[in-house]
Design a protein around this ligand. Structure first.
Ligand code: UTP
Length: 292
């Protein structure tokens, strides 16, 4: 029986260069999709999956990410005095319980593996989830919940996977599949960003992981990989004989908000899925398309 997963790490220390100049002073994760910052969707997904402890790996200038989830008494009092009760709820709902939020700095962006390693003391000796907020998923069951349910059965390491077109394998960690059971696959290896001709499959890891704390030991070797970065996929690959790695073809649609096109696509998709504005958006989109 696998141990319950209570902690999630949010690596948000990247530079966000693809969104310059928007990200000159504002963290990429604080840019809204429809009505909420990207990071809020990630935290809400984690809460819906039963996560109780939230760990942000930030870099200088990204302190606003943690502040967004802390109590803001002054703002609440001002809104209350103005009789804005709905807005008070909006502010309060986003606040995480006292003691459930920590952040740690990654001094240099040495790669995703290094960012995860920076959270080692806050995670301790228990399995934990990793969420990359850029990958946003619209699904019936929250994507992380789907991963955690599988983890409860199979243990080891579990990642969310998606079939991508072969010309895009060089943007992802790709699984070398040994057993395909439909929704669930077992990997015998992983390759970070392989060229299409070298990719062992087209099954790509997207930003949801459940990891064993033993991964910190391997990441602690600070071995550089593709792009001269410390890669999480390299660590998982080197442990694959000891700790099985499963990939889940999750139910839902994933949007890559780390790219400009994906960001626009996510705004449209989340607007169409939004209970209050969906109906107003549809004719608006039709009108825009008819003008083209
Ligand atoms: P990306 O590859 O999207 O990089 O990182 P980025 O810096 O955020 O964005 P661009 O490419 O410059 O536009 C994937 C995830 O890993 C985190 C990022 O914050 C993002 O959530 N990351 C990456 C770190 O936390 N630290 C790193 O050293 C690298």
């Amino acid at each position: 029986m696998a141990q319950p997963v209570r902690k999630a790490v949010f690596p948000v220390a990247g530079r966000g260069t693809r969104f310059l100049p928007a990200t000159k002073v504002i963290p990429k994760e604080m840019i809204p999709i429809v009505d909420k910052p990207v990071i809020q969707y990630a935290v809400e997904e984690a809460r819906a999956a039963g996560i109780e402890h939230f760990i942000f790996v930030i870099s200088n200038g990204k302190e606003a990410i943690a502040s967004h989830f802390e109590e803001h008494t002054e703002l609440e009092q001002t809104l209350e005095a103005l009789g804005k009760t709905a807005e008070v709820s909006l502010v309060r709902d986003v606040t995480l319980p006292h003691g459930s939020l920590n952040s740690v700095k990654q001094e240099e962006p040495l790669g995703l593996g290094h960012a995860v390693w920076c959270a080692r003391d806050l995670v301790g000796n228990q399995p934990f989830a990793v969420i990359l907020p850029d990958d946003m998923v619209l699904s019936k069951t929250p994507c992380l919940k789907q991963i955690l349910d599988i983890y409860a059965d199979v243990g080891g390491h579990v990642v969310a996977v998606e079939d991508v077109s072969r010309d895009k394998t060089n943007k992802y960690g790709i699984l070398d599949v040994t057993k395909d059971m439909g929704n669930l696959v077992r990997a015998r290896g992983l390759v970070e960003k392989p060229l299409p001709e070298n990719a062992p499959s087209t099954l790509a890891i997207i930003g949801r992981y459940v990891l064993d704390p033993m991964v910190f030991e391997v990441l602690g070797n600070h071995k550089r990989g593709t792009g001269d970065e410390i890669q999480l996929t390299d660590a998982l690959n080197s442990m694959i004989q000891k700790l099985p790695l499963h990939g889940l073809r999750f139910e839902g649609l994933r949007y890559d908000c780390g790219s400009q096109i994906g960001f626009v696509e996510a705004n449209v998709a989340f607007a169409l899925a939004h209970t209050e504005i969906s109906e107003s958006i549809k004719p608006l989109l039709r009108k825009l398309l008819n003008h083209k």
